[in-house]
Structures are given as C-alpha cells and as structure tokens.
Design a protein around this ligand. Sequence first.
Ligand code: SF4
Length: 442
Amino acid sequence: MASTRQIHVGSVPVGGGAPVAVQTMTKTETANLQATMAQIRTVADAGADIVRVAVPREQDVEALKTIVATSPIPVIADIHFNHTLALKAIEAGAHCVRLNPGNIGGPEKVAEVIALAKQRGTPLRVGVNSGSLPKHLRQLEYDNPVEALVTAAIETVQLMERLGFEDFKVSMKSTSVPNTIASNRMLSQKVPYPLHLGVTEAGTKWSGSLKSAVGLGTLLADGIGDTIRISLSTFHAEEEVKVAWEILKALKLRERGPDLIACPTCGRLQFDMDSVVAEVERRLEAYEDPIEVSVLGCAVNGIGEARHADFGITGAKDMGMIYSKGEPLKKVPTEQLVDELFKEIDRYYAAGKTVQRDEAAAADARAWLAENEDATAMTPERIAALEAAAGTQPEGLGQEDADADAVLSSMLSHAAGDEREPAAVALDEADSPVAGRRFSRS
Ligand code: SF4
C-alpha cells in the first residue's frame, strides 16, 4: 500500500503520492569538503534528488554546515551511536537526519533528538537493519526474519508517535531481496509513513544493480516506496543514481533523458553493433529530453518493435537506414549511421521538435528496406495486409474457437501496431498502484 503521509526533505516532497525520490550517499570523508562537494555536484548532475553524508566525527559535523549551505540538493546526515552528533547535525541545518533510535543511547537521548528536530522542523529517517535488531527480537529474527524486521520498525514508529513526532520516513534494510520485499509489503499495510527502500550491501555494480532492480522494482510496481537508494560497491556514487533512474524509467514512474532501445543481435547481424550502441548511448547523454532512440541490427523484420521510436537506425553490411516513428527517413552508409542519426535528431530539435523529412530520400530508404527485409518474415505491415485480405470471420465457430480467434486477433492487431490494448491485459491507469505518480517531477 502506498504511503499517505508526506514529509519534505529540504525542497523535496517524500511520500503521500510524491514522485519516488532518488537518493545516494557520498563515499568521501565528509570532512574533506572539496572531495565531498565535488561528489555531491556529480550525483546531483546525474539526477540525485537527495544526498546522504556520513557524520561519524566532530570534524564531519563541522563540515556539514558548509555542505548544507552549498549543496545543490538536500542533505541527510547519517548518524550512528552518537546522539550529540545528531543534535549538532540538526543545529548545522541538515535537511534530514538518519538514525536508528535503537543505537543512540536510550530513550532519553532519543527524546532529546526528537525535541530538537521538532523545534527546528527537521525530518528524520528512522529505521532498522537486519544486522542490528534489538536483543528482544533476536529469537524472532532467527525464526522469522521478516516479522522481526517489521516488529522492530513498528516499535520505532510507536516510539516516534509516543514522542509526538510524525515528521519521519521509515526504512528496513536487509541484504536479502525476498526479505526486503516481504517486510516492506507488510510494513506498508501497517503504517502511513513514507518508506525508504534499499537492499543493503547489495554488492557490485552488476549483481547489486540486479538485486536492487528485482527487490525495489517489485515493491515500486506495487506502489510501495517513496525514496530509493541503490547500494553498490563502487566509489562512484553517480553509478548508484544511474541505476536508480533506470529502475524508475523502466517502470515508467519517472522520465529522465532519452530511452535507448537496442535489439539483442543474432546471427543476422553484419556490422559492429556493439560499438554502435555504445556510441549512441554515449552521445545520448548530452540530451535531456526523454526521446526514444532505437538501434536494430538488421532490417529482416522491417522496423518491427521500434516502430514507436522517435528515431532509430537499422544497419546492414554496407548500408543502413534512419527512421522516425516507423517511417524511413534516409539510407546512409553503415559507417555514417551514428553521425547521420544525430544530425537528424539535432535537426528535429532545431525545427521545434518536428521531424524533417525529404521525400526523395525517404522513398530511396523505403526501397532499400523492401530489398533488405526478409520476404518471408511476418512483419507488422505484412500481418496487417494479410488481415485486410482475409476478410470476415468464418461461420460456425465454437466458443473455444471463437475465444482462440479473439486471442489471435488481439495478437495480430498488436503485431500490426494497433494502438488498442487487448481487453484481457488492459491496464486501467486509474486503478494502478502508481497512478498519479508518473512524471510529475522532472
Ligand atoms: S533486429 Fe536483426 S540482428 Fe537484431 S535480433 Fe532481430 S533479427 Fe537479429
């Protein structure tokens, strides 16, 4: 269940229907102002909405004042064990303080931090980690780790409420993907507060990204989760931000920059598509607009699945083609495909987002496509032509046949590029758990 309460971390709304915020954490020594600010600017440029910095020492909390004053995005101070540092972080103007109330020295010290947070209007992120649950939950953790995590989180929430404090978000961190999913699903049914999601110590860029995509993606698709952090073993915090964005973009929860579609390649490929895709991806980083760009390895299936792409290329041994929205634009030598693709994209923007079409060049490209398509392949265009030629449904179909025919028709209309969704899989946006949360923050 989606959270209903909203808090503000600096200028960023979190929870209560706000777009899912992307967080990361600096990997520098916080007191090293030059390195920390450089990393904060890098992650902000990569799309981080909020950044967290570790504050384990006095010199870090000193540096925090300057960091908060100069950071382009809100800053969360990450505190463990030391309530004095938490108090100083609030005084330093941190936009939020992350702490685990179970490890900062007892209820009186928690109350002291909460009193100051209330006075200064500073929200907190409170939470529990699977590795540091309170002693009384150790046996439960052994028997049922999910229930133990949720119980610990609820005890923390109750403590906040007893102290009259509701300006917080909650996190439960586990290294286990199934436990992350199960515990957040359970907690989201029990509390209205925003949830921060992450798979802790997820691992390397490769495995950690996948674990996070599965764990966080599953929850986000259910409408659960208000901020996300991808924990990767890399010194480059911007990599975490990029992965977070790819997850949000894949779920169509937020948009940022172009979307690159590329075929997986197969034995029909006749050019170095690996390098071409990498080059297209690199050059697309310079664009902020969420255009869709496709790279197909061959023309066997015509423009196929890429027919909705704003721009695309399909290659062959010597010659390739540039297309836009399913229509050929021009054919060009394979080695010039990438340059010419970007010339077309730039012309499109220069003309106020209007595709510039030269009819003679387009006709030339269409002829090339017809020559290079597989004459036996069931392209969407051919399926549409066959459908049109087939005429009406034969009489005397039984119910099963009629059902099968309906499914086939639905598949055919999809393959033919029919915009209508088949009724059996139609998604009602209003009923979607993520309804209303799409694209509302750039
Ligand atoms: S577009 Fe061509 S090269 Fe790419 S996977 Fe399909 S058939 Fe293979």
